[in-house]
Design a protein around this ligand. Structure first.
Ligand code: NAD
Length: 474
């Protein structure tokens, strides 16, 4: 250990109480499901808790509870619904330390991210949509917009509580009731949220949480008494859901995968761009749908930029998610680690050059060193498929037109980044990128007031902002 090394600075696990087992949250009560499954800490593979698995009858009960709660909830004046949402937001703030530790334990993300990014954004989402609840007539969707009814919501594991907030806050603000299914590897913060709903005295049945894997999600989205399906997850599952929902009259929004280009022009401030690249791909272990996973760098500065990037990557601290100094935590599951490994091996086999800084990975748990591939061509799998891990594919370009063409050469269209000192260039390039969000001289910036969503295989519909209300209103 040199004098520049960091001493361990672990957040205490005892901040949060984890029960040994959790039930389904239906009609304001926790109760058993048809079976149970375990959720583990991906940093050490130890079981955190046993969780109920919802079968089709449990999903029926949850949807029925949401249906029963709908008339009274949707009949409340918006200002009354807002009070509940404000209360939930405040309780989340008060209990954010517990929630941040829980999220890091179940997901593997560094505590500094769950504490400083996820939790503040979760509370901000509830505050933001609380503010809309009594102003829906002025939101631009007609003079008397109405809720749709029961929303069935299915979310992934990369931002468990934040994706829950993106789904539940606008649904409740607009007067819908909800059945939400968290991902099978990260159910705990959603179950904690159920307790927050009880603490906020939210009427029973307005929010129901059913835990389980793909089958539970399928029962929910295919349930005939669900009026609206909101899904965030992989493009494959999104396709299946679109097929199942087609012709049923259900409303559907899909937030799917991405393969974003982060474009660095030769006039960019290199140090800032390097920070943005690192944030773009190594934030949350790269388990980010809008991650800047393809770096497009102008050829004339490629060498200089890559040297700086490698120097910066060598300072990333990989390890214990609960350590306050950790930059890159654990990969969420063995399955995701296997997928990252498979795709990176395809990168080697197809002739790209792999580089990782020297870093010692813990023996237990699921880990992957921050990695870049150079010499990547557009045909390589690592340039086309979503890796959803801490792996950056580097391509070069010579002219802005080439950068735009390469950036758009993807089946996805969720996000993009542009680094340049020239405002006119940023605007001209942004205009031609087929991406739902384009960041300029920054990356991975989120705000509840700003709509988020994709083009092409990244899905349809927008979440966040005024636009996010539309998905829940007739
Ligand atoms: P996934 O599609 O496997 O799972 C997502 C959720 O869907 C989970 O809760 C899962 O249990 C459920 N599910 C699985 N099969 C289902 C089925 N047939 N019917 C209904 N539900 C089903 O994806 P994942 O591995 O959990 O998440 C990673 C993916 O999510 C990535 O591709 C990523 O890009 C995407 N994602 C997108 C956004 C966005 O906003 N666009 C945000 C986060 C993650």
């Amino acid at each position: 250990m040199s004098f520049l090394d960091y001493a361990p600075a672990p957040e205490s696990r005892s901040v949060v109480t984890i029960e040994s087992s959790y039930g389904l949250f239906i009609d304001g009560e926790f109760g058993p499901g048809k079976a149970t499954f375990k959720t583990i800490n991906p940093a050490d593979e130890q079981t955190l808790a046993e969780v109920a698995l919802a079968g089709s009858e449990d999903v029926d009960r949850a949807v029925a509870a949401a249906r029963r709660a709908f008339p009274a909830w949707s009949g409340l004046p918006g200002a009354e619904r807002a009070k509940y949402l404000f209360r939930i937001a405040r309780i989340i703030q008060e209990r954010s330390r517990e929630l941040a530790v829980l999220e890091s334990l179940d997901n593997g993300k560094p505590i500094k991210e769950s504490r400083d990014v996820d939790l503040p954004l979760v509370a901000a989402h509830f505050f933001y949509y609380a503010g809309w609840a009594d102003k829906l007539e002025y939101a631009g969707f007609g003079p008397a917009p109405r809720p749709l009814g029961v929303a069935g919501q299915v979310i992934p594991w990369n931002f468990p509580l934040l994706m829950l907030a993106w789904k539940i806050a606008p649904a409740l603000a607009t007067g819908n009731t909800v059945v939400l299914k968290p991902a099978e590897t990260t159910p705990l913060s959603a179950l904690f949220f159920a307790d927050v709903c009880r603490q906020a005295e939210l009427p029973a049945g307005v929010v129901n949480i059913v835990t389980g894997a793909g089958d539970t999600g399928r029962y929910l989205v295919e349930h005939p008494d669900v009026n609206k399906v909101a899904f965030t997850g992989s493009t494959d599952v999104g396709r299946q859901i679109a097929r199942a929902v087609a012709g049923t009259g259900k409303r559907l929004t899909l937030e799917l995968g991405g393969k974003a280009a982060n474009i660095v022009f030769d006039d960019a401030a290199i140090d800032q761009a390097v920070e943005g690249i690192v944030n773009g791909i190594f934030f949350n272990q790269g388990h980010v749908c809008c991650a800047g996973s393809r770096l497009l760098v102008q050829e004339s500065i490629a060498e200089e930029l890559l040297d700086s990037l490698k120097r910066r990557m060598a300072t990333l601290r990989v390890g214990d998610p609960l350590d306050k100094n950790t930059d890159v935590g654990a990969i969420n599951s063995a399955a995701q680690l296997a997928r990252i490994t498979e795709l990176t091996e395809a990168g080697d086999a197809e002739g790209a050059e792999r580089w990782s800084p020297p870093c010692e990975l813990p023996g237990q748990g699921f880990w992957f060193a921050p990695t870049i591939f150079t010499g990547v061509t557009q045909a390589h799998r690592i340039a086309r498929e979503e890796i959803f891990g801490p792996v950056l594919s580097v391509l070069t370009f010579r002219t802005p037109a080439e950068a735009i063409e390469k950036a758009n050469n993807t089946p996805y269209g969720l996000s993009a980044g542009i680094w340049s000192e020239k405002g006119s260039r940023i605007l001209a390039v942004a205009d031609k990128l087929r991406a739902g969000v384009v960041w300029a001289n920054t990356f991975n910036k989120f705000d509840p007031t700003s709509p988020f969503g994709g083009f092409k295989e990244s899905g349809y519909g927008r979440e966040g902002g005024r636009h996010g209300l539309e998905a829940y209103l007739v």
